[in-house]
Design a protein around this ligand. Structure first.
Ligand code: FE2
Length: 280
């Protein structure tokens, strides 16, 4: 029976208004879950009227901070661990397959297709690094025609798209395609840790919780190959001081790579990392 909303029945009353004839079962499930948890949360913390007003203002400013180049909602999702939770639920892979992590906001479609060995650092800054490895199937077979799309920040901690007037276009980006042996190699820089943008509501939230905004140094990678699941991941510098406190919770043990000093090559560092893909 329909009833007026009160403190005790609030979630049940709102959920009771869902019209199953006009609502898909999945949307009903999502909205009922959301309403239940939201009402439980408000009851648990006994939200004050003043806090409700602060929350409305905060959410309003979060939306207003978004532009074509800035996605404050994704930043909020990332820093609350929601992006990594959604990634975990949707990418349950065997332990010996390379694990996924967040895409992040700085991927650009259409990076240059380069020959193996090419140096993707175009601004000449930073400590040079030779990246080598293979793309393999979970059974150990090398994968030919795998596309490795890589991107990283420069040594100042910024992606090229954050500094279009300072960095060369496509700085620290490139796409490499494997041959029959599944091997890849390219030159670039040892990435550096950087803060997520803190000049918006997500920054205020981190500050309010006494959290730092830094991500440990990482190189982003998307590996695709015909017949295999797409891999969106990072190679992390396992020695980075922020490795245990990534602001967006993106680190996984198996994604920590060794960056070793390189004495017999044209680069200062060497990073060896194999990508293991799951068949479709
Ligand atoms: Fe990044």
């Amino acid at each position: 029976m329909a009833h007026f909303l009160d403190e005790k029945n609030s979630a049940e009353t709102v959920i009771g208004r869902i019209n199953d004839d006009e609502c898909t079962p999945r949307f009903r499930q999502i909205m009922a879950g959301l309403i239940n948890h939201l009402h439980d949360f408000i009851k648990e913390v006994e939200l004050t009227q003043e806090e409700w007003e602060i929350a409305i203002d905060f959410l309003t400013r979060t939306g207003q901070k978004c532009t074509n180049e800035r996605q404050e909602w994704i930043l909020m999702s990332d820093t609350l661990g929601v992006s990594m939770l959604v990634d975990a639920i949707n990418n349950r892979r065997p332990e010996h397959a390379t694990q996924t992590t967040v895409l992040g906001p700085f991927h650009v479609v259409g990076a240059p297709e380069l020959d193996m060995g090419t140096n993707i650092s175009l601004d000449g800054k930073g400590e040079s690094c030779h990246f080598t490895g293979r793309v393999l199937s979970t059974d150990g077979t090398p994968i030919a025609n795998a596309r490795i799309d890589v991107w990283s920040d420069n040594s100042d901690g910024y992606y090229d798209v954050q500094q279009p007037d300072i960095q060369p276009k496509w700085n620290n980006r490139g796409i490499f395609t494997t041959g029959a042996d599944g091997a890849y190699n390219f030159r670039g820089i040892k990435p550096v840790s950087y803060p997520v943008p803190t000049d918006g509501p997500a920054g205020e939230m981190l500050n309010g919780m006494g959290r730092h905004p830094y991500r440990p140094a990482h190189t982003h990678v998307i590996v695709t190959a015909p017949g295999f699941q797409k891999l969106v991941t990072h190679i992390f510098d396992g020695e980075d001081p922020y490795i245990l406190s990534d602001a967006v919770f993106g680190v996984k043990e198996s994604l920590k790579a060794p960056f070793t000093k390189n004495d017999n090559n044209d680069c200062e560092w060497h990073c060896a990392f194999d990508f293991v893909l799951c068949p479709d």
